[in-house]
Design a binder for this molecule. Structure first.
Ligand code: GAL
Length: 331
């Protein structure tokens, strides 16, 4: 802390006396890419939670966000700057989740604790220091709930899904980034759940669309041209790519085609699509719940206190539960 105050005086031009006695807590929040729809909703929620915390605790909290724009090199430089400026705690949404070791070592050297979120460091990295936490979700739970949404819907409206009536569901798959903990695991557990429900699945095609709406749209355009009405369902690792698939299907040449889509995240545009029947459902990736946990842990760590154990916390990892969202729930 003292070191942080001295560094502050070097970089901000304020003296140690000016800083001492001040109740200000400075939090640096680094986002892997602010263009990402879910991450931009997390940014808003994180900001709200710290504002609330400020009122509850009667302590000034300065939250500085930086956008790493998909570059780990840029993020490393931003981390260096926060460390030099003596921030009290960092909340990091890694660009490359396998690249946490050097960052943790920097935090440890400067004694600046870190709360990682959304992009999960490997467990060997998390055990490098006791002032490292991770806040995210359980990817396999998310995929399983997508599978349940599919099964519930299929039971109610089999003819809307199995259009050719062959008892096998022909699907296309929009996957997130390769190597992201939420991509392959969501896919695997969604398909497994559906198969365990006694439904045979046949994969027509699948591709990584990197969580992006425009890439989801592009992939879907190609599949519509190749398979047309043969596609019975689109399984998407997130809502942005699912919305891209809906965009592709809204082109006039596909007006006769009906394909069900399931997404994940619960972003606003997807909730609207579920409500008005353009999507069969989505799974709530609870941005608000995760932001609350991040703010709670970061506040304690920043004040050099140990965060108390909380529900869903295990070895400094908190996995906030998901929820299913169907049209009936929104009407
Ligand atoms: C996932 C989320 C995606 C994307 C990704 C970024 O959890 O479902 O939409 O935001 O994180 O890391």
């Amino acid at each position: 802390m003292l070191c942080a105050v001295l560094l502050m005086s070097l970089f901000c031009g304020c003296t140690a006396e000016e800083k001492s006695g001040s109740e200000e807590l400075r939090v640096g929040v680094l986002l892997f890419n602010e263009d990402d729809l879910f991450i931009s909703s997390m940014k808003q929620e994180i900001d709200k939670c710290f504002r609330r915390k400020e009122k509850e605790e009667g302590c000034r909290i300065t939250v500085s966000f930086s956008d790493s724009m998909g570059s780990q090199t840029t993020q490393n430089e931003q981390i260096d700057t926060f460390i030099k400026r003596g921030y009290d705690v960092l909340c990091i949404n890694l660009v490359d989740r396998t690249d946490a070791a050097a960052i943790i070592d920097k935090g440890k050297k400067a004694d600046i604790p870190i709360v990682f979120f959304n992009r999960e460091p490997v467990s060997a990295d998390l055990s490098r220091w006791s002032k490292i936490y991770y806040v995210g979700t359980d990817a396999s739970e998310g995929g399983r709930l997508q599978g349940e949404i599919f099964l519930d819907y299929y039971k109610k409206y089999p003819e809307r899904i199995d259009k050719n009536g062959d008892g096998i569901i022909q699907y296309v798959l929009l996957e997130g980034e390769p190597g992201h903990q939420d991509a392959a695991i969501r896919t695997e557990s969604c398909i497994k759940k559906i198969q365990e429900g006694g439904v045979e699945m046949y994969r027509l095609a699948g591709a990584n669309a990197n969580w992006r709406l425009n890439q989801g749209k592009e992939k879907m355009e190609g599949w519509l041209t190749e398979f047309g009405n043969e596609i019975e369902v689109v399984i998407s690792n997130n809502d942005a790519m699912a919305l891209g698939a809906l965009d592709a299907m809204s082109a006039s040449q596909w007006s006769d085609i009906h394909i069900e889509v399931v997404g994940m995240d619960g972003i606003e545009e997807a909730l609207l699509a579920v409500k008005d029947g353009r999507m069969m459902g989505t799974v709530m990736n609870d941005a608000q719940g995760q932001a609350e946990v991040i703010a709670k842990i970061a506040y304690k760590l920043g004040r050099r206190e140990t965060p108390e154990n909380m529900q869903d916390m295990n070895d400094r990892v908190v996995r906030v539960p998901h929820d299913k969202i169907s049209a009936e729930m929104l009407r």
